[in-house]
Ligand binder design. Structure first.
Ligand SMILES: NC(=O)c1ccc[n+]([C@@H]2O[C@H](COP(=O)([O-])OP(=O)(O)OC[C@H]3O[C@@H](n4cnc5c(N)ncnc54)[C@H](OP(=O)(O)O)[C@@H]3O)[C@@H](O)[C@H]2O)c1
Length: 303
């Protein structure tokens, strides 16, 4: 039977395009719904017009999840630490398949596991693994895409689009994988319809749009698309680490996470290791060059 899907965080930066992608594919699902705080229902008026249901309630209340097979969490940084509570409530409400809010690099690799930026994602993965042991019919899916191309090529990573300078924290030659946001949405939606291998209760989809490229190459594509030359100067990641620690000592969690995030893009954490799963999906993703030319080239769509 076609699954019923409940989306948490449907109003966020990733949630909005994901709800849109689900609405395009709704014939493949029994129900598509977003969970909303009672005070914020109006934000989903457009989605409702496209056939998306709005469930009003708390993500910590089991009643919110009743009647749904799959939950897709798009919790942002602030809500990330609440995911173990969501998982408990979802299971109590009858959900048996959970997508944690990941959609980035593989946090299980090397030092990434210890980076503050990913702390709440790590705790969530541990919680899911424990629940899958406790409930043999409970499953979860990890969608690993590397950074979204749109987020990689942004001011967060030190790109100044006016002055044509790039000042990221990292080392020359650092590699990363990237995926265009529209393709991330397609991977999430299609992945729900791929059956689990028998006896497995974890699905891990490694689906980068482009698996291995350097920061230099991304900057070259940007300059090429805009017809200008960018000056690339690497900043010492230790400076970001110092600011992260200062923020922690001052009890400023948002800043602490912000500075932890500054150092992750160019420390190898965004590389998706092989083997990849792109071939299990129905489409060919955009390359980094294609996305950058679409966004910043002469014929760019309005940003
Ligand atoms: N790989 C990449 O480059 C990349 C880029 C962006 C995002 N991501 C990942 O995508 C996921 C979603 O990120 P996002 O940027 O879409 O997040 P976001 O825009 O910050 O927020 C997502 C949702 O979380 C909800 N939320 C935030 N704080 C909350 C709280 N305290 N209580 C309840 N709900 C709360 C928001 O609802 P309200 O508006 O109602 O607060 C919103 O709907 C994350 O895992 C993120 O790491 C990856």
């Amino acid at each position: 039977m076609a699954p019923s899907v409940l989306i948490i965080g449907g109003s966020g930066a990733v949630g909005r395009p994901l709800v849109d992608e689900f609405s395009k594919k709704k014939a493949k699902f029994q129900r598509i719904a977003v969970l909303s705080d009672p005070a914020k229902i109006s934000r989903f008026a457009d989605a409702q017009k496209k056939g998306v249901e709005v469930i009003v309630g708390s993500f910590l209340d089991a009643n919110s999840y009743q009647g749904f097979d799959v939950v897709v969490s798009l919790a942002g940084n602030a809500a990330m630490k609440l995911q173990p509570g969501m998982i408990e409530a979802a299971i109590a409400g009858g959900v048996r398949h959970f997508y944690p809010s990941e959609y980035g690099g593989d946090i299980s690799v090397g030092e990434v596991w210890k980076n503050r930026y990913f702390r709440d994602k790590v705790v969530t993965r541990d919680h899911l693994a424990a629940k899958a042991k406790e409930f043999p019919d409970f499953r979860y899916t990890l969608v690993l895409t590397g950074p979204f191309t749109e987020y990689a090529v942004s001011s967060f990573n030190g790109i100044d689009f006016e002055r044509h300078t790039v000042e990221p924290y990292g080392k020359p030659g650092a590699e990363l994988s990237v995926t265009a946001m529209a393709d991330v949405m397609k991977y999430i939606v299609e992945s729900i319809l791929i059956p689990f291998d028998s006896g497995k209760n974890v699905h891990e989809f490694r689906v980068p749009g482009e698996r291995l490229l350097t920061w230099e190459k991304l900057v070259e594509y940007l300059g090429e698309a805009q017809g200008v030359e960018y000056k690339l100067i690497y900043l010492d990641p230790r400076e970001a680490a110092t600011k992260q620690e200062e923020a922690r000592k001052n009890g400023n969690e948002d800043e602490e996470v912000f500075w932890a995030g500054k150092s992750v893009m160019l420390n190898g954490s965004g590389v998706i290791l092989e083997p990849v799963d792109n071939g299990r999906f129905s489409f060919t993703p955009e390359t980094a060059k294609e996305t950058i030319h679409r966004l910043f080239g002469k014929n760019k769509a309005s940003l």
